[in-house]
Design a protein around this ligand. Structure first.
Ligand SMILES: [Zn+2]
Length: 198
């Protein structure tokens, strides 16, 4: 197998030296409404990995990122919880393209061995207008219109690949709140600073 980034031989999707060079978690924290959003990486330093979702090789990359970063983080968090109430993982719009959904992979591999339970395909956007490169005003004028079809009165973590302006996560968390889904926090791989193109 070859490293996604440098193309050198590697047993994993990303080789050890590319992990060292590009994938050191920063654990960036932001507040969206009352929700804490935790991101592993700066978007601009990891853009080639994040944007792999637009290609078929993104399947390998997101599996790798989810197993290496998301699952251990959630496992540690679950172990630190006092109560034994189950914790669920909900992805922001598991939209399938090129045969897979990168967000569904985050939910799936994030749940394996972590003690949290995957809730697949329960938060769907009715509006998939492209936000890339668009302003906050455009995003606010074109809401995702999420529909939640999962169970009510649960505890959960919200997962997405990137946070940019925060409008998507804010809208998603508002819909979940209407169903008494208690979000502990949201977790994204990358944090893109507001107003920058992505
Ligand atoms: Zn490499």
């Amino acid at each position: 197998m070859r490293c996604f980034s440098c193309n050198n031989f590697s047993l994993e999707a990303v080789c050890k030296s590319c992990i060292e060079d590009f994938l050191t978690p920063e654990m960036i924290k932001r507040e969206v409404g009352n929700l804490e959003v935790i991101s592993f990486f700066d978007y601009y330093l990891t853009v080639e990995f994040i944007k792999s979702k637009y290609t078929t090789s993104g399947y390998r990359v997101y599996k790798f990122l989810s197993q290496k970063y998301i699952a251990p983080f959630i496992e540690t968090y679950v172990q630190g919880l006092d109560e034994s109430k189950p914790l669920y993982l909900i992805g922001v719009d598991e939209n399938v393209s090129r045969g897979y959904s990168n967000v569904a992979q985050m939910v799936h591999y994030g749940s394996l061995k972590s003690g949290a339970t995957a809730l697949h395909n329960v938060l769907k956007a009715q509006n998939r207008v492209q936000y890339a490169g668009e302003s906050l005003e455009f995003r606010l004028n074109n809401p995702r219109n999420f529909i939640y079809s999962g169970p009510s009165d649960i505890d959960a973590i919200l997962l997405d690949d990137t946070i940019t302006t925060g409008t998507t996560i804010e809208e998603a968390s508002r819909v979940l709140k209407e169903h008494n889904v208690n979000l502990h926090f949201a977790l994204t791989l990358a944090n893109a600073k507001e107003g920058m193109d992505y």
